[in-house]
Design a protein around this ligand. Structure first.
Ligand code: SAH
Length: 326
């Protein structure tokens, strides 16, 4: 919801300022209409329904996976496409994957978003409206900034959205920001008081290979990125989650696992191995190769888990978000 438009509309109507908080409370708890906001005068509800849309986004399409995952394509007011995903887990967890930008300026070779045109940074309200869309379906308890875009390149708005997420039922500790390793962004997160988690998309254990698959590595090579992660760890006293997409024959060999283990302090990092979701350019590692990689890390005392793939049948899985403009 455009909260500035809400505030000016309320002011113009001569309403007391606490009305904005009342409206937000309803919206954050998943109200589907102003009609439902029974502690507001009927006339005001009517007026707001006419002037302040419940969302800054319009839903273009929505797809449902056999595993319960929902992917929604939205358009912003100026026609920019963004996608967000609701993941439902057997244990009852409901996790929402949000986009921070329409498209992405970085060009990671394995990622579908990296192949689409960069649009712009999303506003705080546009980020929250993705989560609110799903909140109107059901309660949510986790948020990951793993949708389109690089959250640390829009860090002020991403953190602005994080501040409001507890109103929707998502605590800071259940909020994760994933980055390609944009050093100033990591430093900004190190200063941030909110205990949100940091995930680093590392994907390769040496600069030669990483630069090949993630051009951003030319700007911020591995040593610089890990130095920033160390500053984050020292400041926040929290582990960093390392994401590693498993590309067959590219970065999944035993020597890569050993090299990765050399890089990481087992006390400070947890590795999440991501099965590759097809975007055209690579083959994914077999489950056997992923297990071999995990076992080598374990021998070096590094905890590694394999990410459960959700929504691949509707192109909603990691790295598969891409859409063209309205
Ligand atoms: N720009 C941020 C946020 C995107 S998060 C970042 O890169 O961290 C999405 C995660 O999915 C990242 O770890 C990304 O590298 C990974 N990913 C991208 N393409 C993928 C693919 N085809 N299969 C599996 N994971 C992929």
């Amino acid at each position: 919801m455009d909260r500035e438009l809400l505030a000016t509309t309320l002011a113009e109507t001569g309403e007391p300022s606490y009305r904005a908080g009342q409206v937000w409370e309803w919206v954050a708890r998943g109200a589907r209409s102003y009609e439902a906001m029974t502690n507001l005068p009927a006339g005001l509800r009517q007026r707001l329904a006419e002037t302040v849309p419940l969302s800054t986004l319009t839903v273009a399409t929505e797809a449902k996976s056999d595993d319960g995952t929902v992917k929604t394509l939205f358009h912003t007011g100026d026609g920019r496409p963004i996608e967000a995903v609701l993941m439902r887990y057997r244990d009852g967890r409901r996790s929402v994957c949000l986009s921070s930008q329409s498209g992405c300026p970085l060009t990671c070779t394995f990622c579908a978003t990296g192949q689409m045109k960069f649009g712009r940074n999303l506003t705080v309200d546009e980020i929250l409206d993705q989560a609110l869309h799903f909140r109107r379906m059901e309660e949510i308890d986790h948020v990951v900034f793993m949708g389109m875009g690089e959250p640390t390149m829009n860090v002020a708005n991403v953190l602005g959205a994080c501040e409001a997420l507890p109103d929707l039922g998502v605590t800071h500790r259940r909020t994760a920001i994933s980055t390609v390793g944009w050093v100033p962004g990591i430093d900004r997160l190190a200063e941030c008081e909110m205990p949100v988690s940091l995930a680093l998309s590392l994907h390769a254990p040496n600069d030669g290979l990483r630069s090949q698959i993630m051009p951003v590595n030319e700007r911020y090579p591995i040593a610089a990125v890990l130095a920033a992660c160390e500053r984050y760890r020292a400041a926040r006293r929290r582990k960093v989650f390392v994401e590693y997409v498993m590309l067959d024959g590219v970065n999944d060999l035993p020597e890569h696992a050993r090299e990765l283990a050399e890089l990481l302090d087992p006390r400070g990092y947890k590795v999440n191995l991501i099965p590759y979701n097809p975007t055209g350019s690579y083959d994914g590692s077999s489950p056997e190769r992923i297990e071999r990689f995990r076992a080598i890390l374990a021998e070096h005392r590094i905890t590694a888990t394999v990410r459960l793939t959700r929504g691949r049948d509707i192109d909603a899985a990691c790295g598969q978000l891409a859409a063209s403009a309205a």
